[in-house]
Design a protein around this ligand. Structure first.
Ligand code: GUN
Ligand code: ZN
Length: 429
């Protein structure tokens, strides 16, 4: 038996879904804790109960800090780390001007390793312990990502971004090489330690129907894998898809017709959906990923969080770095709040915290392992200082309850609020 560690602080968790049930689904202990052993959570409760039940545990007292599951970012492009916050373009111009030239560099394994390490260290510093990333078309970029994550002990998901048209020379594969390379990478990485491979056609405009159907065939061979792509992010993009796929009923149909619609599918952005698309996404139980800082930064539109959740859609939350303008899931929660306000809905802090942890974990189908701090799950967790700047501290000092105490950090917090990061029980920041 290895050592038990008892981490004490304020604790918050969910025994229901606050997106549906409201804050009553949350459980809060002003003096609570978790017990960690062999990288896993073995118990959760009040500080007094845990001290009594585990008298032999080494105690790490985090005082008033809030202990949360590490944040889970359900859609990110790690290769866009160095070009985040690039000015002045909308989606298609932004891809051509900034994104594709940067992604071209990832054929160099040294550069891929440098950016993968830089990205993962930035993510950890912001309290994000798991993410689902697009890589580039280069297999080297996938190896760099999973290798860097393994060196940090992190549970990560990702895959080779496939594109065989409408991308520059040097950044295109083919239907066959996309299938072959993805399959080889899947066999190398899926289930290796804490890695999960995700089949990754970038989006319909940069794939031929042949490439989409080759990746659909690969997914049919590996239905336990997730598949990620982009859907209905900007109206110009949707018009372009209509021209490229004249037979398709709508954007989603370009995926559906090629075997790329399913319960393990992740559809990023999903802003301008047709009724048929919503019906089909719901019917198959796919996940939609909300990327609010990206949707405002690139000018894409306002995701219908309340309407989609009310009809029963599964939704995750993501930075979409570097179309998104931040590495921080706190900043991302703030943007989700603001976007919902623009649609007339105020998301409760419990819903925002759930989205950034358990909600994203559910969208990635890993909530049995991370994102909840339930006993038996992996001990990826963070401590949050609810008064990390003078501006936040003076507001939270007036708080009447935990929600008023945490909301200023959601709205105004950043990496300064993240005072500790543990991955499988090991301190990583
Ligand atoms: N659509 C296709 N590729 C991308 C990308 O890299 N970022 C965003 N935001 N949208 C995309
Ligand atoms: Zn994206």
């Amino acid at each position: 038996m290895s050592d038990l560690t008892l981490h004490l602080g304020q604790t918050l968790w969910f025994d229901g879904n606050p997106m549906i049930e409201g804050p009553e689904a949350a459980r809060f202990d002003a003096r609570g804790g978790i017990v960690v052993q062999d990288g896993h959570v073995v118990a959760r409760g009040t500080a007094d109960d845990l001290r009594r039940a585990y008298p032999q545990a080494v105690v790490e007292d985090h005082g008033q800090a809030l202990i949360l599951p590490g944040f889970i970012d359900a859609h990110v492009h790690y290769p866009q780390t160095a070009m985040i916050a690039s000015w002045g373009k909308r989606l298609i111009d932004w891809l051509n001007t900034y994104t594709f030239p940067e992604e071209m560099r990832f054929g160099d394994p040294g550069y891929a390793a440098e950016i993968a390490g830089r990205y993962l260290d930035l993510a950890l510093a912001h309290g994000t312990t798991t993410m689902c990333s697009y890589c580039t078309i280069h297999p080297e970029s996938v190896d760099a990502y999973f290798t860097a994550a393994a060196a940090r002990g992190m549970r990560v998901l990702g895959g080779k971004t496939c594109m065989d048209r409408n991308a520059p020379d040097g950044l295109r594969d083919t239907a066959q090489t996309a299938y072959d390379d993805s399959k080889a990478l899947l066999n190398r990485w899926h289930g290796q330690g804490r890695a999960s491979y995700v089949i990754t056609p970038r989006f319909s405009p940069t794939s031929t129907p042949d490439q989409l159907s080759a990746l659909g065939a690969l997914w049919a061979e590996h239905p336990d894998c997730l598949m990620q792509t982009h859907l209905s992010e900007q109206t110009d993009e949707i018009d372009w898809v209509r021209g490229l796929y004249p037979e398709a009923r709508d954007y989603l149909d370009t995926y559906e017709a090629n075997g790329l619609l399913g319960a393990n599918g992740l559809y990023g952005h999903a802003i301008h959906l047709e009724p048929r698309e919503r019906d089909r996404l719901l019917e198959v139980g796919a996940a939609l990923v909300h990327c609010p800082t990206s949707n405002t930064f690139i000018g894409s539109g306002l995701f219908d969080m309340a309407g989609l959740v009310a009809e029963g859609q599964r939704v995750g939350l993501a930075t979409d770095t570097g179309g998104g303008s931040s590495f921080s899931m706190l900043r991302t929660m703030a943007a989700a709040y603001e976007v919902a306000q623009l649609r007339g809905v105020a998301l409760h802090p419990s819903a925002l915290l759930w989205l950034a942890t358990e909600g994203s974990a559910r969208s990635l189908r890993i909530a049995d392992r991370v994102g909840t701090l339930a006993p038996g799950t992996e001990a990826d967790f963070i401590t949050i200082d609810l008064g990390s700047t003078p501006a936040i501290a003076q507001r939270s000092a007036r708080a009447a309850d935990i929600w008023e105490a945490v909301f200023p950090t959601i709205m105004m917090g950043d990496d300064r609020a993240v005072t500790g990061v543990w991955v499988m029980g090991e301190k990583r920041g």
